[in-house]
Ligand binder design. Structure first.
Ligand code: TXA
Ligand code: MG
Length: 349
């Protein structure tokens, strides 16, 4: 299939391109588009055949439901009920990097919700995304625009890498400013439960309802009896091609341990990648070193994380060693993605 690609500078909306892409959506095709979290791969959420194509293009497991993207807070057609706490959360954080789970209405196909009676809905803040949804006149189901299992794309070049030739249209804008996927909050339970951590943090949500908590299965290695409530959270995910190990503990000990491991790998003829930070970068004398940004700006670290994993794919390293981050604020989302990328291979120092 020929994929049409239109790239907009600095999120300056090219209305003609958006109109073309919206037509693709209306006609049951697939469009990759920018959002503030990561790029999405969209189809008409109410068209089961169109949604089926998303699963095929990504190689996505059939039991993993999609998030529906809307351009206004009026979601009553899509859901059975909007609990009061969800109203308050939407009022405060929409548009933005936050998905809410509701009981779904009958117009949402089972294909979209992967057979669940619930559905995730999000109103993105990215202007191109919102314009696309508005112009399509349908809600858009969109997972991250990567081949299943790979790190989510935060730049249009990565969507092209994964999806060129497989979908009708790729709309490009700036790189995603948040860099990790939306926070998911299940509002069908009381108190609401965070199924996936993101840029809207636990602390921010507790200001709305202090009983809100994070699904305990999300931050730990999958084990019997502790199954994440979001189906997608159980898969090995965000994975770079090379195995990734996280070194966790006091920062000086971390650096020493990483350097010792790097030496061993190099002695064994391996090419090693190091995920460092601005503060530690200079303490690694060898290896392919990339900084995620400053430890004093974890928003930046989140923004760069997936792209750095993909750069290590490009560099074809044999192994990646990463520093870890404090699990506080957006650090919880960073560590969630990093641990899943590492398949929970964590070395304590
Ligand atoms: O930021 C985002 O949310 C991005 C952009 C494109 O908007 N989208 C995204 O979609 O991350 P995806 O498909 O890569 O991840 C969706 C996650 C999966 O873990 C899925 O299992 C969960 O949301 N999910 C969707 N619907 C659900 C539901 N009804 N109940 C529980 N979990 C749900
Ligand atoms: Mg994804």
């Amino acid at each position: 299939m020929d994929t049409k690609i239109s790239i907009m500078e600095e999120n300056q909306i090219d209305y003609e391109a958006v109109k073309e892409a919206a037509k693709v959506i209306k006609d049951g095709g697939l469009v990759a588009f920018p959002t503030e979290t990561v790029y999405g791969l969209g189809a008409n959420a109410l068209d089961a055949n169109a949604v089926k194509k998303i699963f095929e293009a990504k190689g996505r497991p059939q039991d993993n439901p999609l998030i529906i993207h809307v351009s206004s807070k009026d979601i009553k057609e899509l859901v059975k009920d909007v609990p009061e706490v969800a109203e308050s959360i939407m009022e405060r954080f929409w548009p933005g990097p936050l998905t809410l789970i509701f009981e779904k209405s009958d117009i949402v196909p089972e294909r979209t919700s992967a057979g669940l009676k619930t559905v995730g809905i999000r109103m993105p803040s990215n202007p191109i995304a919102r314009e696309l949804i508005k112009t399509s006149k349908v809600p858009i189901a969109a997972p991250s625009a990567n081949i299943s299992g790979r790190p989510s794309p935060t730049e249009v070049s990565r969507c092209i890498e994964d999806l060129n030739g497989k979908i009708e249209y790729i709309l490009g804008g700036e790189c995603s400013e948040v860099g990790v996927e939306s926070t998911i909050v299940d509002c069908t339970v009381d108190p609401p439960c965070i199924l996936r951590p993101g840029a809207i943090t636990l602390e921010m949500l507790k200001a709305i309802d202090e009983r809100i908590y994070i699904d305990p299965a999300v931050m730990e290695k999958p084990k019997k009896g502790l199954k994440p409530k979001a189906p997608g959270m159980k898969y090995r995910h965000y994975a770079p091609k090379a195995p990734l190990k996280i070194i966790d503990g006091d920062i000086k000990k971390t650096i020493a341990k990483i350097n010792e491991m790097v030496q061993n790998y190099i002695d064994g003829g391996k090419k090693v990648g190091i995920i460092a930070t601005d503060e530690t970068f200079e303490f690694y004398p060898q290896g392919e070193i990339i900084s995620l940004g400053s430890r004093n700006n974890l928003e930046d670290v989140a923004k760069n994380l997936f792209e750095v994993l993909r750069i290590f794919d490009d560099k074809a390293v044999d192994i990646i060693l990463s520093e870890s981050f404090e699990e506080k604020g957006i650090g919880i989302a960073i560590m969630n993605r990093l641990k899943k990328s590492a398949g929970f291979d964590i070395i304590k120092v």
